[in-house]
Write a protein that binds this ligand. Structure first.
Ligand SMILES: [Zn+2]
Length: 148
């Protein structure tokens, strides 16, 4: 996560501190809002005074949060956002379908519409040129076919 977002989170939430999170947050900026919302929810459940988050990172496409002095209500919030993270791309914050974010993981390649192949193949015998015996093919559109 970039410095700007990292600083904002440190500033806003007392249970996030540089002492415990010296490397900041090990996830993409796409999760800034997710992490922010999680911290907001944690604050709302009124965590114990000594509650602290000691790790926030992306692990196997999921938000991994380690805390100390947590209680059941903080655990519930963390679990909830761990589950929510599965559907949010850590790269861009867009919804994603499990580990696939079309925007970040699969490069967008515009394939030109395949040109309609001019049909030269005999639909009867499926070879080009037609190998039907003369007079035996009734549905050939091949120019080199000897169909009658
Ligand atoms: Zn993405």
């Amino acid at each position: 996560m970039n410095d700007d977002n990292t600083r904002k989170l440190f500033k806003r939430f007392s249970f996030l501190s540089k002492a415990n999170l010296s490397d900041g947050f090990g996830c993409g900026d796409g999760w800034y809002k997710l992490v922010y919302d999680m911290c907001k929810s944690l604050k709302e459940v009124n965590p114990p005074n000594d509650f602290a988050i000691i790790k926030i990172a992306e692990r196997h496409n999921e938000l991994e949060v380690h805390s100390k002095n947590g209680v059941m209500r903080t655990r519930v919030v963390i679990d909830e956002f761990n589950t929510a993270s599965i559907e949010v791309c850590a790269g861009c914050g867009n919804n994603r379908d499990l580990e696939q974010c079309d925007k970040c993981i699969v490069p967008v390649i515009e394939y030109p519409e395949p040109e309609e192949d001019e049909q030269t193949q005999c639909t009867n015998c499926s070879t080009d040129p037609c190998a039907c015996p003369a007079g035996g093919c009734s549905s050939c559109s091949s120019g080199s076919c000897n169909c009658p």
